[in-house]
Write a protein that binds this ligand. Structure first.
Ligand SMILES: *[C@@H]1O[C@H](CO)[C@@H](O)[C@H](O)[C@H]1NC(C)=O
Length: 117
């Protein structure tokens, strides 16, 4: 009886802290042949987890807000696409996609580096 109680309690702890249902994002990468003026986009895709999800994009750790030439499109509840209409030297940086839901969050980052930028 005591054993059963302990097992149940441990299971409860495991699955609240790191249970199924928390988001898992697919890693993404920028092209390594980006030149000034090119259009680039990356997709932040949730592989696993319980919707609804909240998507946030960051550049070098700061929230990416309607910067010039940068837009974010949510194509469905599992995908958010970051579009940079014309990359330039200011586009260089570390871009992060963070996805949260009621169970937790996941984040993935990628470095954008423009040739000659
Ligand atoms: C990019 O940003 C993420 C999140 O802030 C950080 O964990 C990661 O180490 C950074 N990557 C590089 C190469 O700086």
């Amino acid at each position: 009886m005591k054993f059963l109680f302990t097992t149940t309690a441990l299971f409860g702890i495991c699955c609240v802290l790191a249970g199924p249902g928390e988001p898992k994002i697919k890693s993404f990468h920028f092209s390594n042949e980006l030149e000034m003026g090119m259009r680039e986009s990356v997709r932040c895709n949730v592989l696993n987890g319980d919707p609804p999800f909240e998507f946030s994009w960051y550049k070098d750790g700061l929230p990416l807000k309607d910067a010039r030439g940068i837009s974010v499109r949510k194509t469905d509840e599992y995908d958010s696409i970051l579009v940079i209409s014309k990359v330039d030297a200011d586009s260089n940086g570390n871009y992060t996609c963070k996805v949260s839901n009621s169970r937790g969050f996941d984040e993935k980052s990628a470095i954008l580096s423009v040739k000659g930028g």
